[in-house]
Design a protein around this ligand. Structure first.
Ligand code: CMC
Length: 428
């Protein structure tokens, strides 16, 4: 039983209902605030605003907890596969073998692209950013799947649309990579695992020869699992926001790709490698770099550090750190950037500035080193994040519609000029 909250303003007192989530998080329901008081809330960056109720992902940032549908990320990382975790994220329960087979089959069988999409991918100008290509090609997919643009939030149409996005995202990413290398397209092989097929389309000799190390396939699968959902982050909120206008799944996910691209969100994994390379190549002292990151007059940040929600540690970073060691060992790689990253982590973790602000390594701090070791180009890091995040975006899109949510339309407090008269240009 929750207690109600009260707001007092201008001599009026308003009672607001509260709701308690299944993990005891308390939300004050302000849906009647404007109607009853004329006031709105002001919360740029939404740090205090719950935009929805959700059954999908639970995070306790103070304790470093992340769960998909109630299952801990540590257990899923150890025991699940990406496609199984994707099913879980999308549909709310761990699949039976028959459900998993039915989910996986179309994703494997439907991974190839129509010839015109392959031609379009090759036609992008040299240097086209892979995130722009992915976002554009997801919208192009909508042009090929016009029977899936209605707005079902449940049932076979959603399943087909979601399956197509998952099936074709890896092929789009690999086809674009091959084109940038002047290499021929490698067709998807439905006999391979989701992650194995992706790696084969990236680095293989042909659809039927498979020479990917099992440690590498497992590491990419783990990377995808760790990124599968993260509640109401910037890109997921974008997908919900776009979908709230009843835009279709393809365009909503494509918008999510755009939001993820930025260096403060998914783009941070590439920014971490740029930072480590800059330190390495220019022989920058770590203490000097950390000092620059603390200086408010300097734009330098310790990329891969800090998180809006995690205030003790990011459990995904912990899992990835261990994985990086084992993949580098399997590939027999000695990466100086990993040594710098570990030292940098220690310097920052013992520095009062970072300690007092609860700034710890986030998922992006070690993922870049892992992806580099595997041979993924830095420009594609965020594309892999997007492929991994697709189930979370789509689960949130579906949930948002199943709640029949109103169109998202925040308000503002206007601070501009008051009414003034138009002055003809000759008199200005
Ligand atoms: N380096 C130096 N100072 C930092 C950093 C950092 N990486 N992150 C936060 N701070 C400082 C910030 O300047 C502020 O200081 P003060 O209180 O003196 O003004 C304080 O710590 C609180 O930070 P904030 O910017 O208010 O925190 P936020 O919740 O708005 O931003 C963040 C979170 C992730 C955008 C931010 O920590 C950041 O820019 N980190 C680097 C980029 C990064 O690694 N992003 C990946 C996030 S994880 C993947 C994902 O889910 O997208």
């Amino acid at each position: 039983m929750s207690e109600n909250a009260f707001i007092e303003y201008d001599g009026k007192k308003l009672e607001l209902e509260t709701m308690i989530g299944s993990e005891n998080e308390v939300g004050v329901d302000i849906t009647q605030l404007r109607a009853k008081t004329g006031m709105i809330t002001l919360d740029p960056g939404y740090g205090n605003t719950g935009s929805c109720t959700s059954d999908i992902t639970y995070i306790d940032g103070n304790k470093g907890i992340l769960r998909y549908r109630g299952y801990s990320i540590e257990e899923l990382a150890e025991k699940s596969t990406f496609l199984e975790s994707a099913f879980l994220t999308l549909y709310g329960h761990l699949p039976s073998q028959a459900e998993l087979d039915a989910f996986e089959a179309p994703i494997s069988a439907d991974a190839d692209l129509p010839q015109s999409m392959k031609d379009q991918i090759v036609a992008f100008p040299e240097g086209a950013p892979p995130m722009a290509v992915l976002s554009a090609m997801l919208n192009t997919l909508a042009c090929h799947e016009t029977d899936l643009l209605t707005i079902p939030h449940d049932g076979a149409e959603f399943d087909r649309a979601a399956g197509k996005i998952m099936a074709k995202s890896t092929t789009i990413a690999a086809a674009h990579y091959r084109a940038t290398q002047g290499l021929p397209f490698i067709a998807p092989n439905p006999k391979l695992s989701y992650s194995g097929n992706f790696l084969n389309m990236m680095f293989g000799q042909s659809a039927d020869t498979y020479e990917i190390l099992p440690e590498v396939e497992a590491a990419i699968d783990l990377f995808f699992i760790l990124h599968a959902d993260h509640e109401q982050n910037c890109s997921t909120s974008t997908v919900r926001m776009v979908g709230s206008s009843r835009a279709n799944l393809f365009s909503s996910v494509s918008a999510g790709v755009g939001a993820l691209w930025g260096p403060l969100h998914g783009g941070a994994n590439a920014a971490v490698i740029d930072m480590l390379e800059n330190i390495h190549t220019n022989g920058i002292k770590l203490s000097d770099y950390v000092d620059a990151a603390k200086d408010k007059n300097n734009d330098t940040k310790l990329m891969g550090f800090g998180h809006r929600v995690y205030k003790s540690f990011d459990p995904r970073a912990k899992i990835l750190k261990t994985q990086v060691d084992s993949v580098l060992a399997a590939l027999n790689i000695d990466d100086p950037l990993l040594d710098i990253a570990k030292e940098l982590e220690q310097v920052a973790l013992n520095d009062e500035y970072f300690v007092s602000r609860n700034l710890y390594p986030n998922v992006d701090f070690y993922s870049g080193i892992l992806l580099s070791a595997i041979g993924i180009p830095v420009s594609m890091f965020t594309v892999l994040f997007a492929i991994g995040r697709a189930p979370g975006w789509m689960a949130n899109w579906r949930e948002m519609l199943s709640h029949n949510q109103r169109i998202c339309r925040p308000r503002q407090v206007y601070t501009g000029a008051n009414l003034r008269s138009y002055v003809p240009v000759s008199e200005r």
